[in-house]
Design a protein around this ligand. Structure first.
Ligand SMILES: Nc1ncnc2c1ncn2[C@@H]1O[C@H](COP(=O)(O)OP(=O)(O)O)[C@@H](O)[C@H]1O
Ligand SMILES: [Mg+2]
Length: 378
């Protein structure tokens, strides 16, 4: 039996692509088909990184070709996972951010709820899924990403990119990292105003050699003050993830966080809420769950605010220890924690896909400079 490409494509046209009512061929998901005799190789590109999504697509292709073309065809499906891209390039003060597809801000109203822990673990999980990932640690009050990635004593080097000196992010576990902590002395209380912080972050984006990134995660300082306003308005942020514990005081602040992103002058889509320290599980009694900070508070908040709930993480010693030794817990394979982090990360990626399909890119508003103020006064 000699298979031909046209018959295969016709068969694949009967498989629908997610969204837009297109089929898999029209949507561009099928990137190549090669046939030799009774063998066929199908290359496809999907944006959903979950194992189930890959498997499901593969099975659909096998079944369809077997049913519609030749029941004994030998089929190989190559699945490539690609980051969701914006329909239009990032825009910032008329400039593009070359190579950076999605900037995701990780925020919390309250400090100490696990924002940096969640950022670090989502980052390594994205890297494991094959995405190109960077973290920009913007927490001027307590930059902790260098510790969590075991790169405290490293310094970003200067490299020459097309005749310009740029900062080269430090890299570990497949994640590129720049932190405000690399540029301030430890234990030095940094008293920065919003525009200063925004300017420093702008430099760490535009004067840094990030290369190609599917996701740049921004570990924001806690709170909802003017620093956030400046940062948010000066960067084209794709979406925000809000981290909260189930405790009432944290929830009240998380609510303010969501409101901040949704206010008109910021308009950053909220990708969802992560509930951290959802319950305590002792290592020796993994079935026992103790709801120390209250039960499902963040989940309920997500429902109330009509924003997606991305998932929950237990309060366990291993997460804290992993953070302290600079080896994020999600790197440990075949553990329940790895699965929790995968679930949360997949949900986040799916929300980014939805967001990029449905909304135009977030535009940055230029930073209010002192010069700008006096110009307005005149
Ligand atoms: N799920 C968790 N289980 C155990 N310890 C946690 C968990 N999440 C965070 N921690 C610990 O709590 C402390 C604060 O977390 P961190 O991520 O630094 O919070 P934030 O960035 O919001 O200030 C850290 O010592 C961290 O290791
Ligand atoms: Mg932190």
């Amino acid at each position: 039996m000699k298979l031909n490409k046209q018959d295969i494509l016709k068969a694949l046209e009967t498989i629908s692509a997610p969204g837009e009512g297109q089929n898999m061929v029209e949507s561009g998901a099928v990137t190549n088909v090669i046939t030799f005799g009774d063998e066929v190789v199908v290359d496809i590109t999907i944006t959903n990184p979950s194992l189930q999504a890959k498997k499901k697509t593969e099975v659909e292709i096998l079944q369809t070709i077997h049913k519609l073309v030749y029941e004994k065809a030998k089929i190989k499906v190559n699945v490539k996972v690609e980051a969701p891209t914006k329909s239009a390039p990032n825009v910032i003060k008329g400039k593009n951010i070359p190579g950076i597809q999605n900037i995701v801000a990780i925020a919390s109203g309250k400090g100490g709820v696990g924002k940096s822990t969640v950022t670090a673990n989502i980052a390594v999980t994205l890297a494991k899924m094959g995405f190109k990932v960077g973290i920009l640690d913007a927490d001027i009050y307590g930059p902790s990403i260098p510790i969590m990635f075991d790169v405290v004593n490293e310094k970003p080097l200067a490299v020459n990119v097309e005749g310009k000196s740029k900062m080269k992010p430090v890299e570990n576990y497949g994640v590129k990292v720049l932190s405000i902590g690399f540029f301030t002395k430890p234990d030095q209380a940094v008293v920065w105003r919003g525009p200063m912080a925004a300017k420093a972050l702008n430099q760490m984006i535009f004067d840094a050699a990030w290369g190609e990134l599917d996701f740049l995660l921004l570990d924001l300082p806690p709170g909802t003050g003017d620093i956030h306003l400046s940062i948010m308005q000066s960067l084209p942020i794709t979406g925000a993830v809000v981290v909260s514990t189930p405790q009432n005081v944290a929830l009240a602040d998380a609510k303010k966080g969501v409101a901040m992103f949704q206010q008109e002058s910021i308009s950053v889509p909220v990708l969802g809420i992560v509930e951290n320290m959802a319950y305590f599980t002792p290592a020796e009694l993994p079935e026992n769950k103790y709801y120390i900070f209250g039960k499902q508070g963040a989940k309920n908040l997500a429902e109330d605010l009509k924003v997606p709930f991305l998932g929950e993480l237990p309060l366990v010693q291993s997460i804290r220890e992993a953070g302290d030794v600079g080896h994020p817990a999600a790197l440990q394979t075949a553990t329940p924690l790895e699965q929790e982090f995968e679930k949360i990360t997949q949900n986040m990626v799916q929300e980014v896909v939805k967001r990029n399909d449905n909304l135009p890119p977030t535009e940055a508003i230029k930073i209010t400079t002192m010069a700008g103020c006096s110009a307005v006064k005149k």
